[in-house]
Design a protein around this ligand. Structure first.
Ligand code: 5GP
Length: 219
């Protein structure tokens, strides 16, 4: 991967951006933004910065069957639930999307996202690729953003640089990262995370820009 390309800049080239202009007849789902990207790309940091930049945005809190990590707060970082509860939520249609990742289940509670959108708020989901694909299928108007590393070498450096991982675990993450990056073309926009503040600012600009003017046509 030599060129990750910053398509945000290309998006602005259309000259048709209309900031914050409502489009009659379009569903509120256009205010839904999905942020995906490989492990190590800095999704959480960029999303935290976005939260700081615009406190009005609704950030979905996922359910997960994985155990909390030190410092993680139930109800803030995730809703930590057991597998039986997860399966019940899936069966009851309470999850907007769900996926298994690295042996654990994750899902987006549907109700809070739909309420936020109905109230006219922007909503952001930070989820992995399979979930992003489900949102694409269920809500085609949603905006799909992939966070990209500045280069493959940089991502390898970030993943191996954590130092705490077993070599096998790092290899597995890299293989997964390669698969996720290979799907970049399925996303409406790709934002390169060379710098957290810049990437979060670009994301916010995108969210405040009329979607049709930035949607890329995939060859
Ligand atoms: P972690 O266990 O490191 O917090 O998250 C692992 C992966 O699951 C990350 O890529 C994260 O974005 C993704 N993830 C978190 N919540 C959800 C969710 O509700 N749905 C899906 N599909 N992925 C999620």
């Amino acid at each position: 991967m030599s060129d990750t390309g910053n398509h945000v800049a290309a998006a602005g080239d259309t000259g048709r951006a209309t900031h914050g202009e409502p489009v009659p007849g379009r569903s509120s789902r256009r205010r839904l933004t999905v942020v995906s990207g490989p492990s190590g790309v800095g999704k959480s940091s960029v999303v935290s910065e976005l939260r700081r930049l615009d406190p009005d945005i609704y950030f979905s809190v996922s359910v997960t069957t994985r155990a909390p990590r030190p410092g993680e707060v139930d109800g803030a970082h995730y809703h930590f639930i057991d597998r039986a509860m997860f399966d019940r939520m899936v069966a009851a249609g309470e999850l907007l999307e769900h996926a298994e990742f690295a042996g654990n289940c994750y899902g987006t509670p549907r109700g809070p996202v739909e309420r936020a959108l109905a109230e006219g708020r922007q909503a952001v989901l930070e989820i992995e690729l399979q979930g992003a694909r489900q949102v694409r299928a269920a809500m085609p108007e949603a905006r799909l953003v992939m966070l990209m590393p500045p280069s493959w070498e940089e991502l390898v450096g970030r993943l191996t640089g954590r130092g705490t991982e077993e070599e096998a675990a790092v290899k597995a993450r890299l293989a997964e990262a390669e698969r996720e990056l290979a799907a970049a073309g399925e996303f409406d926009v790709r934002v390169v995370n060379a710098d957290v503040r810049t990437a979060a600012g670009q994301l916010l600009d995108l969210m405040n820009t009329d979607f049709e003017s930035i949607r890329e046509h995939h060859e």
